[in-house]
Design a protein around this ligand. Structure first.
Ligand code: PMP
Length: 363
């Protein structure tokens, strides 16, 4: 038996057990150096190796072409909401945003500080219960880029394929909650970013994959620390980075590689989510409001008959060792976040508990 419970948190989220065990050792003494990973200088040889390896494994995993840079930045995905328009949206230009939830809306808000935003599509009118279709998406005449959120952590919807902006318009993705959960064709993007704390590691570090021309495109008048070129020139070491975050991401990249890479993750994630959605679709008590075809494989959101029953379910589940099932405060209901590292047995155990709860409530 283990002293750990099933953690359905949306992020920071569950990490692979082998990663945590390795980190326990390396916190004490990293690579025989006599110094723990938290204590190493970011400019020393030992950390340099950690950074190199993390970048290499990241590139291998996602087959990142040579004309893209891999950056490990601070400020989370939220800083990217601002850095992107700061660097890529001149005052007199328009950027297109595809709005599919709270996080896209936050990205829009930041972009409006710098230039004009055109909402090329919005799921607001249907309460974000599905991803807009291509036919519903209307791009502006000459957007400087098109931004979308690959997976909507709060509502539990996910794009199955990328939107296709007009030729030559860089596609930018906030992939915070599904990065590396499936194969990704980097060439289709100008920039991809993700806070690490769901699929990649601990909080406090964001992965940014950016095409070279975009990394150099920003104005030089903005603060140095907000220019992508700064981190390209300094290989993410402009200032002291989140060394532990980068180290832990490196371990997670290795773990994904050992498990068969992104295709294997995708297959496992399909299987895992299916167990839960299949149950929801036949349940008389619980339901998923997201339309099939738009449902997230990462954040499975569901509702009960009323709030009282939902609260009872969450409380009972917590007692039984299923933690983090309460939906986001802005959405209510329940949310089971089942990222790459979440074990299939945990999903099966949750479904068994849901069955039992439903039966008990009906009798
Ligand atoms: N985008 C998405 C899709 C998210 O789920 C989150 C966090 N839950 C964010 C952005 C914000 O990330 P951070 O807290 O790293 O700024």
């Amino acid at each position: 038996m283990t002293d750990r419970i099933y953690n359905f948190s949306a992020g920071p989220a569950v990490l692979p057990e082998s990663v945590l065990k390795q980190a326990q050792k390396d916190i004490w003494n990293l690579a025989g150096s006599g110094i723990g990973v938290l204590e190493h200088s970011h400019r020393g040889k030992v950390f340099e190796k950690v950074l190199d390896q993390a970048e290499r494994d990241c590139r291998d995993l996602a087959m990142i072409p040579d004309n893209y840079k891999v950056l490990f930045l601070q400020g989370g995905a939220s800083q990217q909401f601002a850095m992107i328009p700061m660097n890529l949206l001149p005052k007199d230009r328009t950027a297109d945003y595809l709005v599919t939830g709270v996080w896209s809306e936050k990205a829009v808000k930041e972009a409006k500080v710098y230039g004009t935003v055109h909402e090329a599509a919005s799921g607001k009118s249907c309460n974000f219960t599905r991803i807009p279709t291509a036919a519903e998406t209307k791009y502006s005449a000459k957007p400087t880029y098109a931004h979308f959120t690959t997976n909507n952590t709060i509502y539990g919807s996910q794009w199955t394929t990328e939107p296709t902006p007009p030729a030559g318009v860089p596609l930018i993705a906030d992939a915070s909650s599904d990065i590396f959960s499936r194969p990704i064709d980097i060439k289709r993007y100008g920039l991809i970013y993700a806070g690490a704390q769901k699929n990649l590691g601990p909080s406090g570090v964001a992965l940014v994959i950016i095409r070279n021309d975009l990394a150099e495109a920003g104005p030089k008048e903005i603060p140095t620390i907000f220019q992508y070129r700064t981190f390209v020139a300094e290989r993410s070491l402009y200032n002291t980075p989140n060394t532990f975050g980068i180290y832990a991401m490196g371990l997670v990249f290795k773990w994904i590689k050992e498990r068969g890479g992104l295709q294997a993750m995708a297959e496992q994630n399909q299987r895992k989510a299916k167990v839960l959605y299949d149950h929801l679709d036949q349940s008389k008590m619980f339901r998923c409001n997201i339309e099939p075809g738009s449902r997230s494989l990462m954040n499975v959101c569901f509702r009960g008959p009323d709030e009282e029953m939902e609260n009872r379910f969450i409380a009972e589940a917590t007692k039984r060792g299923f933690d983090g099932l309460k939906g986001h405060r802005s959405a209510g209901g329940m949310r089971a976040s089942i990222y790459n590292a979440f074990p299939v047995e945990g999903v099966e155990a949750l479904v068994a508990f849901m069955r039992e709860f439903e039966k008990g409530a009906g009798s």
